[in-house]
Ligand binder design. Sequence first.
Ligand code: PEP
Ligand code: MN
Length: 354
Amino acid sequence: MVVVMAPEATQEDIEAVVELVRAAGGDAFVSRGVSRTIVGLVGDVQDFEALNLGARRGVLQVMRVSAPYKLVSREHHAARSVIRVGGVPIGPGTLSLIAGPCAVESAEQTLQAALLARKAGASLLRGGAFKPRTSPYSYQGLGEAGLRILAEVRAETGLPVVTEVIDPADVDMVASYADMLQVGARNMQNFALLQAVGRSGRPVLLKRGLSATIDEWLSAAEYIAQRGNLDIVLCERGIRTFESATRNTLDISAVPVVQRLSHLPVIVDPSHSGGRRDLVVPLARAALAAGADGVIVDVHPRPDQALCDGEQALTGDDIREIADAVTILSPLMGRSLAMPLAARPGTRRVARAN
Ligand code: PEP
Ligand code: MN
């Protein structure tokens, strides 16, 4: 931490800061410049924060120089992590395609979407049973009945399931059906939810908030990690900018930036970024070429009848295009395409009881 003293700070003000820091068990080093003095602090940042140095006389600014997250940082864990979801790896060395409907609407629609996902080369099935909709009048999802459909479709297709949870009180129930819990963009800073999924024992897909900085996103991941769960995959899904031609602006630079800061895998959602079917495959290609560990895309057997986000769902010929993108790009990026256990020779998936 660095304390910048105001130009009018007196010697007494500077000494008071140094004494406080030393009394808290840290050390302080004073550097005098031409126009101002800065005090560098060495020790536990949390102890220093409790001193509220910013409110002391003569202090202009207090700045953190280390990241506000530890457990998810590469500083403490240099090797990039591989997370396993229902036995399927996500992380360096593999390229994961996650696909499925935005929302679970019926058993038939979900199964058809899962078959499209499998045809595209997906190793995991996505699908929302609890939908965090901007308007309370929009389709809210089937709730637990939707989770039962997802479990049935998993048993039929062998695809492990990732699904969103929006209420901390529902985490255990959703975790009893899902292989991975999704925390959506709108809930990225729902700290009670982050802590609950952190205790759930299930891997977590943490989407970036609509207007979240990378630091805020990684701090949100730290909440999950702090509860003992390091099985976290980060998902860039576009951010709010002045641009209105697309639903969100895909921040492609987030992929290498986050991979440098954090050991957690990073995937990209080109469907919710662009918001338009014609953009999904080009954005997916860009994400994979930038080094993303995978992509998550919406697919639907009849997008014109979809109850949620039909305009961005892939279908028909698009399935071959996304399949080509992942199969062509994976060897170029030095990765092998992740496969569900059921699709691997010599393995058989046992259906779960729930
Ligand atoms: C979703 O993936 O279904 C979703 C709602 O996405 P986001 O939270 O990124 O808006
Ligand atoms: Mn959606």
